[in-house]
Ligand binder design. Structure first.
Ligand SMILES: Nc1ncnc2c1ncn2[C@@H]1O[C@H](COP(=O)(O)OP(=O)(O)OP(=O)(O)O)[C@@H](O)[C@H]1O
Length: 312
């Protein structure tokens, strides 16, 4: 099914209960390419925010800024009410910001327990294998994870089960915010449902979850709010339930730019309307990340409206 953008402006949404993590005015360029320009993002505890946008919109760059891979050129990151800098991935982990990148970084030949505790092994004089096994079982049980055996090598697991192990591993660092980079990409329907269930468990545990996705059905199924990036800029933050997949696609592709730029709020936790302070996508000109490769009504190449439309 090809997405049919509609020229309507979806309802903007504010973060619930104040933000746990707030980005303000984040900019990042790579040479002449402005990957991010003045981007804002909030996530509250117990909230799932989907970060969506067309190819080259700046999603990965924003996540890399948050996870200490790229230093931003400008902007502030406030975490648990304190302005912080995230100079390295280790610093992000120490703060309590975990990222599960698409490659998952699992070791195929090691079993589930060994992967969970890789680099974080429990020791009581020597490796405490019993404690690690007990903790692995507990954690996977709390997450309602369907892993056949904690002793199974990761090579024997399905894509959804691997995603579960990677997410579980990041939880051992006790993060407050977890960033999931396309957690359902390349998964079938049943595995996707498992991963979406797992994301529900993360929300129940009070984590702030930022999920990059190109699949609007998954976004609608699990997100509280949807933050749209377009050409490296904010193009609205929307209530996932109150906004249709078609409306989201329209914001992603720019079909609603004029309407959104008038009506969209930056979604400060206070609900304050800050639209007047900055463009929200309609005035990106050639400055945006993907300008030239994704003009008005761009390809929306990997945006799928329903499971099976684009991610398998
Ligand atoms: N390390 C880099 N060096 C140069 N340009 C980069 C680098 N990383 C990203 N870019 C550029 O920044 C822009 C934003 O890219 P980014 O990967 O953040 O987009 P994205 O929304 O994650 O896209 P996709 O959905 O395709 O992964 C693109 O124009 C990209 O080519």
């Amino acid at each position: 099914m090809s997405p049919t953008p509609t020229p309507t402006a979806p309802a903007p949404a504010a973060a619930k209960d104040g933000a746990l993590l707030s980005l303000r005015g984040i900019s990042k360029s790579f040479g002449a390419v402005a990957a991010l320009t003045g981007v804002d993002l909030d996530v509250a505890a117990g909230e799932v925010v989907a970060l969506v946008g067309d190819n080259g919109a700046g999603k990965s760059t924003l996540v890399k800024v948050l996870s200490g891979v790229h230093p931003p050129d400008a902007g502030t990151i406030t975490f648990q009410s304190r302005e912080v800098s995230v100079p390295s991935p280790a610093a992000a982990q120490q703060l309590g910001i975990a990222t599960v990148f698409q490659d998952l970084a699992l070791c195929e030949n090691l079993n589930v327990i060994e992967n969970l505790f890789l680099g974080r092994e429990l020791r009581a004089l020597r490796l405490d294998e019993v404690a690690m096994e007990v903790r692995s079982r507990e954690l996977l049980h709390q997450l309602s994870a369907k892993i056949p055996s904690v002793e199974a090598p990761v090579a024997a697991l399905s894509g959804g089960q691997r995603q579960t192990v990677a997410i579980a591993r990041s939880l051992l660092g006790d993060p407050k915010v977890i960033i999931l980079d396309e957690p359902t990409a390349a998964l079938g329907v049943a595995q996707t449902a498992e991963v979406l269930n797992l994301i529900e468990r993360l929300r129940e545990r009070g984590l702030g979850v930022i999920m990059i996705s190109h699949n609007m059905a998954d976004v609608k199924a699990v997100a509280d709010r949807v933050a749209v990036l377009r050409l490296g800029r904010n193009n609205g933050v929307f209530d996932a339930e109150a906004t249709s997949a078609e409306e989201l696609v329209a914001a992603i592709t720019g079909a609603t730019d004029n309407v959104v730029s008038r009506r969209s709020k930056r979604a400060h936790p206070s609900g304050e309307d800050a639209t007047a302070e900055s463009g929200t996508g309609s005035d990106t000109g050639t400055g945006g990340a993907a300008a030239g490769e994704d003009g008005e009504g761009g390809p929306a190449a990997r945006i799928a409206m329903t499971k099976g439309d684009g991610d398998e």
